[in-house]
Design a protein around this ligand. Structure first.
Ligand SMILES: Nc1ncnc2c1ncn2[C@@H]1O[C@H](COP(=O)(O)OP(=O)(O)OP(=O)(O)O)[C@@H](O)[C@H]1O
Length: 345
């Protein structure tokens, strides 16, 4: 680390068990910053499991990088030529999740104007990322279990079974064992998913990664905003190292982005951290309004297969003018690539 508190190795990756492994897929993990002891365990696990077809269960608090890791596993696997397909089990009501996962035939229920291919089918020969699996409604858990076990699905209103070759990655910030004990999550589904669990530690338990992460985000947001900001001062870094990070890496990323925008010289000397209450190190992080809006728009765009305007398009569902929706998409940084990859096209 130099005297201003930034590491010389900007990726945070130096020597260590991960680099010794020399896994052929290691290049896919370059987006995942941090090489402290805790993250080394994660990299080791990734090297062991990515190239297999095993189901992976990603556990960790909000903002610890579960989705980032899911994408890295997919990109390091033999399935990387097809985009990973993501389903956010918390974003849609139960009735819509079923059709989202398994699809439906035309006329199978009121409003099913045309046949819809579900995410399981879209993820054929690829990876299906079941995000926030702990939120899956009970009646759907049994259907999901059947699909995972049998590797076949039936569209709603359909008469035939469709074989699917799908690799499952599931993620949750809930304690699934407690959910099982308290009867909210089926134990058979839990055992089916818990084949290869990887826990992403909270940032407060891997503070040694903070300098590398902060440096990475400074570089990223300075470039994205055309700012010539090169580093964080030693005193600002000390504050980052002392803060408990209830929102984990996501919170760090947002604070650095804001600091980059507000900086008046090429060194970030001050970062406005929320006041941490002593003894409340694991408070729940609430997503910002913009994050929620972004997630919702992405979910609806996916539901409409990327269609923005016209009947059944996202603008209609969201009751927004097409122009308003388009400017929101731009402002919230929603990319076409994201939608296509979520669709599995
Ligand atoms: N190790 C890391 N290196 C670089 N960026 C990271 C890392 N971990 C997380 N991030 C970034 O932090 C943000 C939040 O990560 P991500 O969405 O993967 O978290 P999550 O655990 O899936 O959160 P949630 O449970 O709320 O969905 C993303 O922008 C991601 O790129």
């Amino acid at each position: 680390m130099d005297k201003e508190g930034l590491p010389k190795e900007s990726s945070g990756r130096t020597e260590g068990p991960h680099s010794q492994h020399e896994a052929p897929e290691a290049a896919q993990y370059k987006e995942i910053i941090g090489n402290g002891r805790e993250m080394q365990k994660v990299f080791r696990a990734l090297s062991q499991v990515s190239f297999t077809n095993s189901t992976v269960l990603l556990l960790g608090e909000t903002g610890t990088g579960k989705e980032l890791v899911a994408r890295a596993i997919h990109l390091a696997s033999g399935r990387r030529n097809k985009p990973m397909v993501r389903v956010n089990c918390a974003a849609l009501p139960a009735t819509l999740i079923e059709s989202e996962l398994f699809g439906h035939e035309r006329g199978s229920f009121t409003g099913a104007m045309e046949r819809r291919i579900g995410k399981f089918e879209l993820a054929h020969n690829s990876t299906l990322f079941l995000d926030e699996i702990g939120e899956m409604p009970a009646d759907l858990q049994v259907k999901l279990l059947r699909a995972i076990q049998e590797r076949e699905i039936e569209r709603i209103g359909g008469t035939m079974s469709i074989k699917v070759d799908v690799r499952i990655i599931a993620a949750t910030n809930r304690d699934l064992e407690t959910e099982v004990r308290e009867g909210r999550f089926r134990s058979d589904l839990y055992y089916r998913l818990n084949v290869f669990p990887i826990t992403l530690p909270p940032l407060r338990d891997r503070r040694d990664d903070i300098p590398a992460l902060a440096s990475h985000f400074v570089t990223h947001y300075a470039k994205a905003n055309g700012r010539n900001i090169t580093r964080i001062s030693g005193s600002a870094m000390k504050e980052l190292l002392a803060y408990p990070w209830p929102g984990n890496v996501r919170e760090l990323e947002h604070l650095i982005e804001r600091s980059v925008l507000m900086a008046t010289e090429n060194v970030i000397r001050h970062i406005t951290l929320p006041v941490a209450k002593p003894g409340h190190t694991s408070e729940i992080y609430f997503k910002t309004h913009a994050e929620n809006e972004r997630d919702h728009i992405i979910a609806i765009l996916n539901k409409c297969n990327g269609k923005v305007y016209g009947p059944g398009g996202a603008a209609q569902i969201l009751q927004l003018k097409v122009g308003t929706l388009n400017s929101k998409i731009k402002k919230l940084g929603i990319t076409r690539e994201q939608i296509i990859s979520l669709q599995g096209e």
